[in-house]
Design a protein around this ligand. Sequence first.
Ligand code: ATP
Length: 297
Amino acid sequence: MLLLERAYAKVNLTLDVLERRPDGYHEVDMVMQSIDLSDLVWLERRSAPTIVLESNATYVPTDDRNLAVQAAQVFLQETGIVAGVHINLEKNIPVAAGLAGGSSDAAATLRGMNRLFNTGLTLDELAEMGAKIGSDVPFCVYGGTAIARGRGERLTRIDHRCHMYVLLIHPRVFVSTADIYQGLNPSDFTDEPLSTRMVQALLEEQVDVIPGLVDNRLQPVTFAMYPEVQQLSEKVEMVTRHPVHMSGSGPTLFLLAPTIQQANRMYNALRGIMRDVYFSQFVGTVSSLANLQSRPE
Ligand code: ATP
């Protein structure tokens, strides 16, 4: 049986860093939002106990450095199932972009293998497995919207019904997440996270207010280390006349629009000056994401 599971990208609607922890990680507080840009994870059961991954992308590893392979390993180990799996990974999410592409592939592999092997595990149980692979994987197991705390693995689900359009601009710059966190100064830390106000706006469906509330405390660090990302952000802001945001540690920039008309205007203005613009959207939950219509031409 060949089974398809979609791996949705995410953007950070807010990202605050509260402190540096004794274990070297940072305590964060962020609002994570799944968007409908997705990789396709095709899974097929094999009787030989091996995990094989193929991908249309030549620039992601296909061995056990790939987070989808790691997810399959964890799943087989934890369930004790003696069998193998063939994974075909169709990458659409830009890699190392701050969009959690790899984490989402891992999460989709866990959900897919749960279906493939009829193991009946709950999302909570899959998220627990996911935490062994990376801090963003538990969020990607559930998808939708959540406040993520701790290293990003402690989640509070937010059920809202806002529908917004997202334009993603991917600068072709490689950003190391570890370097960005290392570049934080104690003055960048806050004990008043922006998530409270954002969550209120989401629950009250204040779609006109939300773009102005998006903020990311890592952005100044990324901009200082990679001035070309800041220059691109300024150019995008000038062309669209709308606030531009950064997802995760970057370098992906994004704009939010409450209506398709506004999103189309911004998209057309941007396509005139650059190639790597992705048109996406979100509503509160992943199941509704699957039902979203793609952009009318
Ligand atoms: P995050 O937002 O969680 O920090 P990201 O979007 O910045 O993640 P990824 O696209 O997950 O970054 O890729 C980060 C690194 O992980 C890359 O260097 C890539 O080689 C490796 N990687 C491992 N598995 C995958 C995968 N399935 N897809 C993409 N990259 C992967």
